[in-house]
Design a protein around this ligand. Sequence first.
Ligand code: URA
Length: 260
Amino acid sequence: MNLKKEILEWYVTAGVTETIGEYPLNRLTPPKEKVLLPPPLPEQGSSRKTNLESDNFLQDAIELAKSAQTLEELHRILMNFNGCTLKKTAKNTVFGEGPQNAPVMFVGEAPGADEDRLGRPFVGVSGQLLDKIMASVGLDRKKNAYISNIIPWRPPGNRSPSDSEISLCMPFIERHIELLCPKILVLVGGVSMNALLRQNSGIMKVRGNWTSYQTSRMKHPIPAIAIFHTAFLLRNPIQKRLIWKDILTIRQKMEELGIV
Ligand code: URA
């Protein structure tokens, strides 16, 4: 019997897709004595000295995002930002895709395995469904729609991003929206909706209703609408009838605003 092979197969069956450490850690049996680790040595030329200073990463994210004057600058800043632990396990930073003058911006949750591998948002099966939904109202990421996520790095094993990971990434997606300045903002799924609208509501209740989105640096509010996440639609095809209703609502707004 090849035990190693069987263990690996068991991991795959259980849904494990990443290794995040070289040594196993038994989290069910904590060590009897508390192990106090020394603080990490300061990196040469770095102002960061202890883990306590990681609290400053949020402040760094706010300052760095604010400093970006173009989408290219914001992309570069995000590529160099090492404050979010998700970046350590991700293969790529997934920034955004679409024309910079796109009138409609879609913001999802976080990259999955395909997006992480290719460094592009919404390219897996749920992305293909999003492309079809967009195409039904004349939207296309190559022509007039821009797609991004609130989190630019894939959470390991596709777990949901934690509140602190979302908070840390918020300054970047907020600046992303400010710089792109779309005419319509579409929030894909409950996580994106709650994060950007700073609320804690159910997607069932909020989806399909217009609200507005504005940051302190934006001159005017943008009409915003939440729709079901396409991954949810793939798991619950019965809800597809509501997405068609919502996408027609978006089409109507596009007509009102002279986008089509
Ligand atoms: N789901 C998301 O929310 N974003 C992606 O880019 C892919 C899947």
